[in-house]
Design a protein around this ligand. Structure first.
Ligand code: FNR
Length: 182
């Protein structure tokens, strides 16, 4: 039985490089993983007043994360951190108190940016939050997709070079998930 993996993409824009990377990772994933993007674009901004009576999108989102056995975060970098949409999703998943849906799951982070740094700052801010969420985050292969505008063709398919990075990452990820769930 393949392991269900929730893929969280931190960009909401249609032509997102991170979404292209996520789709390529899903396409290149070994058969041991059943990967699907869990959308975060319709989640209202987190408000603690909603803890007692949460909006429907919060409930659906939390249920989807609960059902996953592994997590993959694909993040852009906004002002040297993760985008607000990504942080919003993290926060919603941790509430109400005592109901952190992320807790104990194995996961990993990959980032993409047109810059030379490849979203390094966002990746590490996100990793810091994942410590508090008690997500067991894959140490290696750490992957920052730099100059992301050169890594995908018009159809959104990865270049051969990019396919190579992604394969190394997703093979390592599959091993990490298998080892953590053993
Ligand atoms: C950016 N961008 C950006 N890039 C980067 O490498 N470091 C950064 O700190 C920032 N900051 C930033 C802030 C805001 C508000 C925006 C809108 C953009 C550029 C960013 O990497 C670029 O827009 C990517 O294309 C976003 O990822 P997606 O949407 O292509 O996945």
């Amino acid at each position: 039985q393949p392991t269900p993996i929730a893929v969280i993409v931190g960009s909401l824009r249609k032509a997102s490089f991170n979404r292209k990377a996520a789709n390529a990772l899903i396409a290149q994933a070994p058969a041991s993983l059943d990967m699907a993007i869990v959308e975060i674009g319709d989640l209202p901004l987190y408000n603690q007043d909603f803890d007692d009576d949460s909006p429907e999108p919060y409930r659906v989102f939390r249920e989807r994360i609960r059902a996953a056995e592994g997590l993959l975060f694909v993040t852009p970098e906004h002002n040297r951190s993760m985008p607000a949409a990504m942080k919003n999703a993290l926060d919603i998943g941790t509430r109400p108190p005592g109901h952190n849906v992320w807790a104990g799951k194995p996961g990993a982070v990959i980032s993409a940016s047109p810059s030379m740094q490849g979203g390094f700052g966002a990746s590490h801010h996100l990793r810091q939050s994942l410590v508090n969420l008690n997500v067991r985050c894959m140490p290696q292969p750490e992957t920052y997709l730099s100059q992301a505008h050169q890594l995908f063709d018009e159809q959104g398919q990865p270049t051969e070079r990019c396919r190579g990075f992604l394969q190394k990452f997703i093979d390592g990820y599959a091993e990490w998930i298998a080892a953590q769930l053993r």
